[in-house]
Design a protein around this ligand. Structure first.
Ligand code: FAD
Length: 465
């Protein structure tokens, strides 16, 4: 006999799960949300987006105090790093935000369960408390899986969660490693690499492909690599890691056809894998693909009746806002019969310095699809505000359909690119043409003028370049 009954049980309290739970409660459902961690908020709040951004901000200020402040005529006698305090600040932010999620659940009358959720039969979830105590059974007409992902392991890499660790380990190094090897040139590797590079580590990034940031626009990624190299990053692309192990207290990484490399620490950031351990998928016949991602239809329904899935666990872009959008669309579909997500307008941001942001199709994708396009570019060197802020690195690039002028992609590297991309995402969601953006008045002096100028440049009428 189940000990509790709810209309909807959400397994996983990350940005996919807790947002879906809140939206479902707003729509009138009696909702429960289960998480296997005391702190709700998922990877994003605990060991992902938020703690990494807290450290990126702190380390950026440290780097500025050691360099850029002097350009502003602000000089220090001695800049000292208090790493313990920096890490404590990050932990406090995580605590505050995860506590906030508990409040939100309460406010929306959602029942929170802390424990490991397992689907034992259609409509029944078992929750085992973290201390291994007596499990309880919850009945629900609808179940939503939002159990997210975990760092992928790699054959030959002897992960020990310490000297050879992952992004979670790298959020809490107690000392600045002298030499750090990052396996994987994606956004997580570059963000965490940036933190430790700014704090004094010599960072080498190994990437199996022939370029960093696979999936982002090639031209922008190339420019990013040049900028990061100037910051002291070393890159070894086309490097297939065969092994990483600790030998005599030192990390040794061997790549195919390359000399071995040594470092104090190795950060494995070679992708993330769906998290479905002990979830009971086989009990209800839920299908996964070869890599373990749960298969869903366009309404996020799995192959088992009444069971849905959203977020990292279904694959696609591993982003918090994508997970949340899916969560909302899924429950709106369940309750109202319609829910919508536009995968073409989901922005992606890399929070390095400078930031890199994109939405829509890359030049490579348009070429591959045989779509004719026009391209407008504005370098930040043409933008007064960028000069005043002290960093003119980067550009905004707008790609518009050659026949209709509809914006198909916007790619940006430069100061606060992550904020600038919001305008592009909104414009694309409304089906804007480059001329629509060009006809919008942009405040002066702001960095958004680069978006305006790039839109003007699509039709070869930019003013400042
Ligand atoms: P998750 O956030 O992983 O949440 C899943 C939850 O389910 C977890 O809390 C887990 O404890 C729980 N769970 C799992 N199994 C069970 C079970 N059986 N029972 C109960 N609970 C269970 N994305 C961005 O958009 N922007 C960023 O800047 C960004 N930075 C990142 C930086 C790092 C270092 C990392 C690692 C990730 C980052 N991400 C970022 C990615 C982002 O964190 C994920 O895309 C997002 O958290 C996915 O949300 P989710 O709800 O699908 O899963």
């Amino acid at each position: 006999m189940p000990q509790a009954t709810h209309d909807l049980v959400v397994i996983g309290g990350g940005p996919g799960g807790y947002v879906a739970a809140i939206r479902a409660a707003q729509l009138g459902l009696d909702v429960a949300c289960i998480d296997a961690n005391q702190q709700f908020g998922g990877t994003c709040l605990r060991v992902g987006c938020i703690p990494s951004k807290a450290l990126l901000e702190s380390s950026e200020l440290f780097a500025a105090a050691n360099g850029h402040f002097a350009e502003h005529g602000i000089e220090f006698k001695k800049v000292k790093l208090d790493l313990t305090k920096m890490l404590a600040r990050k932990d406090k932010i995580v605590e505050q935000l995860t506590g906030g999620i508990q409040q939100l659940l309460k406010k929306n009358k959602i029942t929170g369960y802390v424990g490991r959720g397992k689907i034992i039969a259609p409509g029944t979830v078992e929750v085992t408390p973290l201390d291994g105590g007596v499990a309880i059974e919850i009945a629900a007409e609808t179940i939503l899986i939002a159990t997210g992902s975990q760092p992928a392991r790699m054959q030959g890499v002897e992960y020990d969660g310490d000297l050879i660790g992952d992004s979670t380990t790298a959020l809490s190094y107690q000392e600045v490693p002298k030499k750090l090897i990052v396996i994987g040139g994606g956004y997580i590797g570059l963000e965490m690499g940036s933190v430790w590079n700014r704090l004094g580590s010599e960072v080498t990034v190994l990437e199996a492909m022939d370029r960093i940031l696979p999936g982002l626009d090639g031209e922008i990624a190339k420019q990013a690599q040049r900028i990061f190299e100037k910051q002291g990053f070393k890159f070894q692309v086309d490097s297939w890691v065969e092994s990483a192990k600790v030998e005599d207290g030192q990390c040794v990484v061997r790549c195919k056809d390359r000399e071995p490399l040594t470092a104090d620490r190795v950060l494995l950031a070679a992708g993330r894998a769906p998290y479905t351990a002990e979830l009971g998928l086989q009990n209800v016949g839920i299908e996964t693909d070869k890599r373990g991602f749960i298969q869903v239809d366009k309404h996020f329904a799995t192959s088992a009746k009444g069971i849905y899935a959203v977020g990292d666990v279904i694959g696609g872009a591993m982003l918090a806002h994508k997970a949340s959008e899916e969560g909302v669309a899924c429950v709106e579909q369940i309750v109202n019969g319609s829910g919508h997500i536009n995968y073409d307008t989901i922005p992606a941001v890399v929070y390095t310095h400078p930031e890199i942001a994109s939405v829509g199709k890359t030049e490579e994708q348009l070429k591959e699809a045989g779509v004719e396009y026009n391209k407008g570019v504005c370098p930040f060197g043409a933008i007064g505000r960028a000069l005043a802020l002290g960093d003119t690195n980067g550009r905004v690039k707008i790609l518009a359909d050659a026949a209709t002028d509809r914006v198909l992609g916007v790619h940006c590297i430069g100061l606060r690119a992550g904020d600038l991309i919001a305008e592009a995402a909104v414009a694309m969601q409304f089906g804007a043409s480059s001329e629509d953006i060009a006809r919008c008045c942009h405040a002066h002096p702001t960095l958004s003028e680069a978006v305006h100028e790039a839109a003007l440049a699509v039709n070869k009428r930019s003013i400042h370049t």
